[in-house]
Design a protein around this ligand. Structure first.
Ligand SMILES: CC(C)(COP(=O)(O)OP(=O)(O)OC[C@H]1O[C@@H](n2cnc3c(N)ncnc32)[C@H](O)[C@@H]1OP(=O)(O)O)[C@@H](O)C(=O)NCCC(=O)NCCS
Length: 187
């Protein structure tokens, strides 16, 4: 599949919301205002995959000061609707992948892995202080878990019943992380 990978813009928000609603059930889906805020405060972390000229996937990320400060796995950091500016630190050492989704009719063909790899590599280049990548995945999301396991992520903790879809079964949030292998950059 021929993918074009690029930064998202405000004009992409309708398409991003369509991807979001197709990927996540009520209770787990983000509000448009949350994406608007992410684009405003950290557009570098808002990335898109296009096929045939239309968005077919997105990935949102933040850079945080330090993983060491969140050994208690403070769920507020990961919660739906959290303010992207709250923990943002462009000089930080932790890349947090807040969300990603691929359009249903494009899944299972490598687009998710391509978008994820490209996005992480790009953000590691742009933020050379980053030494680890973290994310949270619902225990029940098999495709996402396979993708992250294949990229070398391992479990670092879990958030009991963190995902609560309206009318659906709750799922534990698995906190996954991967060390980049880089050494610390002096301040
Ligand atoms: C997770 C998601 C982004 C993956 O995108 P995708 O384009 O389908 O992924 P890929 O085709 O690149 O496949 C990635 C891996 O997942 C595996 N996979 C794909 N669909 C799967 C499924 N239904 N069950 C189990 N594994 C699956 C693939 O085999 C592949 O692993 P492999 O290379 O070891 O074989 C997509 O499924 C999606 O949008 N899901 C709904 C939203 C979501 O869960 N987002 C993640 C939030 S943490």
């Amino acid at each position: 599949m021929d993918l074009n990978l690029r930064r998202a813009r405000a004009a992409d928000l309708d398409a991003v919301m369509a991807l979001e609603r197709a990927a996540f059930p009520p209770g787990v889906v983000e509000e448009r205002a949350v994406f608007e805020r992410r684009l405003k405060v950290f557009s570098q972390g808002f990335l898109l995959a296009e096929a045939a000229g239309a968005p077919v996937g997105y990935l949102c990320a933040e850079v945080w000061t330090s993983w060491d400060a969140i050994t208690d796995f403070d769920a507020r950091r990961f919660r739906l609707g959290h303010d992207a500016a709250r923990w943002l630190d462009r000089r930080g050492n932790t890349l947090y992948i807040a969300s990603m989704a691929v359009a249903p009719n494009y899944r299972g063909a490598g687009a998710g892995r391509a978008l994820f790899r490209w996005a992480v590599a790009r953000l590691l280049r742009e933020f050379p202080r980053v030494r680890r990548v973290v994310l949270v995945v619902n225990e029940h999301w098999a495709a996402a878990r396979a993708l992250y396991a294949g990229e070398g992520f391992t479990e670092a903790g879990y958030l009991p019943a963190f995902f609560r879809p309206a009318g659906g079964r709750a799922g534990d949030g698995l906190v996954l992380k991967k060390e980049t292998g880089r050494v610390a950059t002096p301040a």
